[in-house]
Ligand binder design. Sequence first.
Ligand code: GTP
Ligand code: MG
Length: 481
Amino acid sequence: MLRASLKTHPEPNTGDAPATIVAEATPSGHAGISVVRLSGASALAIAQGVVGRISKPRHAYFRSFKTSRGTVFDQGVVLYFRSPNSFTGEDVVEFQGHGGPIVVSTLIQTCVEMGARMARPGEFSERAFLNDKMDLVQLEGVADLIASASEQAAKSALGSLTGIFSKAVNALVTSVIELRIYIEASIDFPEEEIDFLAEPFVLERTTLIEAQLRQILKQAEQGRRLQVGFSIALVGSPNAGKSSVLNRFSGQDSAIVTAIPGTTRDVIREQLLLDGYPIQIADTAGIREATDAIEQEGIARSRQTALMADLSLWIIDVTALDLTPLNLSRSMLEQQLVSAEAVLFKDQATRKRLVVLNKLDLLPESTQRALVDLLAADSDTFTVSAKTGLGWDHLLSGIKRMVGVGDDSESLFSARTRHIVALSEAAHYLAQAKKSLMAGLPGELMAEDLKQVQVALGEITGQVTSDDLLGKIFSSFCIGK
Ligand SMILES: Nc1nc2c(ncn2[C@@H]2O[C@H](COP(=O)(O)OP(=O)(O)OP(=O)(O)O)[C@@H](O)[C@H]2O)c(=O)[nH]1
Ligand SMILES: [Mg+2]
């Protein structure tokens, strides 16, 4: 119904049937086997030109591969998938030949001589979409699965690929359509309009859709995090233990640690996984009034890194604080932190950050206990020892909470920024619809907002979309996909 613009997606080769396309589906290089894929109306005829007669779909033929001049250049397995039972929905032939660059380029060249053309990046996926084999979310799931950096990320990508995300969005679209139909009907019968819209179930439905939308948005944000991860900057005064914290994160001596303040000059970055979430963590130069030009540059980079990160950990040497029993109160502690922060970050807008009081092991045990008790209810100040690992797990769960990664709920599907944007847009229009409903405004307003909700949701799966968006999505895929 809303697919209006889709089937007109431009095919550069004019004429009726889209061109038959060819590309290597496996990574190029030297390997035991590599797969070359042909898709389109002439796929079978072209394949027969290379390997002789094949006819049975889903049957493994072992054949010699010949050039258009009849020279044998390889032998291997050929598989034919008859339309519509293939990845693209078109006739598809897969050649499994030996994995050498010369063999593969000869095979592709032969197919081109026989009438195929080289596939553009993502073109196989694009055809699968245009032939209704998979929706956009599912195809993005394929790309995410391939790019996954952890088991959890792969699992969530599989969720998108198998349609969990699409189903959730489609169910929501159905509810919105039902509500729209009802509201539109009330507009068509204006004399009864008041009764129609005042029915309690209209507000109930709207509220229910709102809750479902919020839930999907939360899951999508988590799914996106699993794919793209997040960045953490370690910042603070010289000698606070930033490099030691980095080393504890990475489990190795990635950064130089010495007792000399000003050890770290450059930004040192490490990639690691936190419960399957890819994180980029950056150790930075300690911030102070430096006179030496190298250190000044390092400090400028520290501030910049903190500004760009999703989360900053502000590392403080706990032994530098006044923790005499007299001063060991929340307000005194906060006062000390506030003045330290003013020095460190100057007028920089405070971003998402957690305070990490490091070197806990150096405090007398009684002070350690008193401090931990004092901060028990505090969700953004942590006490740790980078040296002994004291308090580490508590800090990790604080980080996860801060970046919106649930401890309990696992991510059901992978998602991308464009999905989050569309879901947020849908939520915006839905809130607007609810507002006009509650204010007793004319049904037309609510109907228009609900339509926008539907359009935004339709963009996710590709029910409503522009050629522009399609081009952008598929061109980010690699060739052969
Ligand atoms: N006892 C103890 N010592 C620590 C701890 N963390 C760091 N240190 C020591 O503190 C000193 C400074 O540690 P670094 O990790 O180099 O500190 P930094 O913040 O990176 O310092 P700069 O790079 O100079 O800004 C070293 O002597 C570390 O061994 C800790 O948790 N406990
Ligand atoms: Mg350092």
